[in-house]
Design a protein around this ligand. Structure first.
Ligand code: GLC
Ligand code: CA
Length: 562
């Protein structure tokens, strides 16, 4: 049985739950491992690779997996358009395969977090199919339908308001069958559910209950801060500047409505009936301040502020300071450098010329980024492939699968998310151990040399850097739950901070430059010297640090007083 729920007060000294001390690993099921040779990753493929994640002496050592959607779906947004919230897409397997996967995770001490996409369903969901038939259908009010306010001078039907779709164009699509517009924050194939309708709320909360009954430990709530829209559907005020039509308005009425707070409490009261369960909300197009507002006990929020930061110690220092100020000591951050929507961070942080194959300096930066992600305050979320510093795939727009990438134009700028969704290279050889067939996306071009098997055999690899860091983290309370204080490092290329939990302390120094750096450490009153516990470069473990620390180029160093 899981432990009793912790007190509602994250921070050093309190009891902590797994979703605070642990590390979560995101799997994009389509791209992790294909068990039947159809080129598409599946649940049985994941189950077959769980030893990579936990349970063996040479596993990565993560505490939970988060599975991106595996529900039946016509795949207009690769599973983020759900046609049946309680089923499993036959492409990915069956409910029995899901149960085996959960069992395999639990046996290895890993929790299972699933992705719930409750803002919108697929237009092929039976609820929407019923809803569009008529205004008097029992499901008529399950989506957001409105009449057209009339025609423009050119004869075009006017939309109910000026809201835009995040995936380009108007957020309203005319439906001939029903003779009304329906609203979609994303693609026309992803109509928004009407959370103001009590029957919808009940049905969706039932989905939550059902998956809890099936043994999952948590939920990643897709774009949870857009569930509610303004009750009167008022147009957003216009705004000057920004790239693309989305940014030409202030999104006051199409997200972050006050009704969300009540729903979050209700959701929590359901999740809290089972000890040890959690939720993490994906903040849609939100700022740090929104994240702080929407965090609740046992509810994490992704704020993504780390994702926009360039490779610069000064920029990360500013971002960490801003996050510390907003999260304070009471709120628990979720830390993300990469996910299935963003360019991979090994590519974002890479030096010029790194390219698809990568470079030694690019890998050295990826190691420093790993130290940052796994030692700063909050729960780290890893994205499959980052443990081998996988780079972006390069896919020409004409061959893009990602639907918004295919819609991109001058008014709607978009990046191709396929680049971050490449098949996982497990070993050299045809199919790279991902599939015996033809992978749905091309294998990374460097798969023959950059793969799990090869990096496992190299003590100095990015993979072994992640393994060692995860082991250090799980043995160091300060790194898991400690407070965080930035230290002034006297070198603009070095980011430094101290983590403290009771008597336990850790010092982290990250040299972002390709030159050595020498740091004068501020005195902190302790008589014990800092000793190196981990370094991304050659440094003897236990090496004592003086008042002046010499860092190698691109060295990520963790020191403790143990
Ligand atoms: C979230 C998902 C993204 C998806 C969108 C619509 O942002 O991370 O992949 O396209 O929601 O569901
Ligand atoms: Ca398959």
């Amino acid at each position: 049985m899981p432990a009793q729920p912790p007190p509602e007060r994250p921070g050093a000294g309190a009891e902590h739950d797994w979703w605070q001390t642990g590390v979560v690993y995101e799997i994009y099921p389509r791209s992790f491992a294909d068990s039947n040779g159809d080129g598409i990753g599946d649940l049985a493929g994941i189950t077959a690779h769980l030893d990579h994640l936990a349970g063996q002496p040479d596993s990565l050592g993560v505490d939970a997996v988060w599975l991106s959607p595996f529900y039946p779906s016509p795949d207009h947004d690769f599973g983020y358009d759900v046609a049946d919230y309680l089923g499993v897409n036959p492409k990915y397997g069956s409910l029995a395969d899901f149960e085996r996967l959960v069992e395999g995770c639990h046996r290895r001490g890993m929790k299972v977090v699933i992705d719930l996409v409750l803002n919108h369903s697929s237009s092929e969901h039976p609820w929407f199919q019923a809803s569009r038939t008529s205004r008097s259908d029992p499901y008529a009010d399950w989506y957001i339908w409105r009449d057209s306010p009339g025609r423009s001078v050119t004869g075009r039907r006017r939309s109910p308001n000026n809201w835009r779709s995040w995936f380009g164009g108007s957020a309203w699509t005319w439906d001939e069958v029903r003779g009304q517009f329906y609203y979609h924050t994303f693609l026309p194939q992803q109509p928004d559910l009407n959370w103001r309708n009590p029957a919808v709320r009940e049905a969706l909360l039932n989905v939550v209950e059902t998956w809890l009954d099936r043994g999952v430990d948590g939920f990643r709530m897709d774009v949870f801060n857009v569930f509610f829209k303004d009750a009167q559907l008022r147009s957003n005020p216009r705004r000057v500047g920004g790239r693309g039509a989305w940014s030409w308005q202030r999104h006051l009425h199409d997200r972050n409505q006050p009704e969300l707070h009540d729903l979050l409490s209700q959701l929590r009261s359901i999740v809290d009936t089972r000890p040890g369960r959690m939720t993490v909300g994906e903040l849609f197009d939100g700022m740090l301040a929104d994240a702080a507002q929407l965090i609740a006990p046992r509810h994490l929020v992704f704020d993504f502020s780390l994702i926009g930061v360039p490779w610069s110690a000064a920029a990360f220092t500013r971002t960490l300071a801003a996050r510390d100020a907003v999260f304070g000591t009471e709120r628990w951050p979720a830390n993300v450098l990469s996910n299935h929507d963003q360019p991979r961070h090994a590519s974002r942080f890479a030096p010029p010329g790194d390219g698809a194959a990568g470079s030694t300096e690019g890998d050295a930066r990826a190691k420093v980024a790993a130290v940052l992600l796994l030692t700063m305050r909050g729960t780290p979320f890893l994205y499959y492939g980052e443990e081998i510093a996988l780079r972006n795939l390069s896919i020409p727009k004409a061959q893009a699968f990602d639907p918004p990438a295919r819609r991109a134009n001058f008014l709607f700028r978009w990046w191709n998310r396929d680049q971050a969704r490449g098949p996982m290279p497990w070993r050299a050889g045809p199919g790279a151990g991902f599939s015996a067939g033809r992978p749905w996306l091309p294998l990374p071009s460097e798969a023959a040399t950059r793969n799990v098997e090869r990096q496992a055999a190299d003590p100095d690899s990015v993979l072994n850097t992640y393994r060692r860091l995860l082991a250090l983290r799980s043995a160091t309370p300060a790194l898991q739950v400690g407070s965080q204080h930035l230290v002034a490092t006297s070198d603009a290329d070095v980011l430094g901070y101290v983590r403290r939990a009771g008597d336990d302390a850790a010092l982290v120094l990250l040299n972002f430059a390709r030159r050595p750096a020498s740091i004068a450490l501020p005195k902190d009153g302790s008589r014990e010297p800092w000793r190196a516990a981990f370094s991304t470069r050659d440094r003897a473990p236990g090496d004592m640090l003086g008042d002046e620390v010499a860092l190698a180029p691109l060295e990520g160093l963790v020191a403790t007083r143990a």
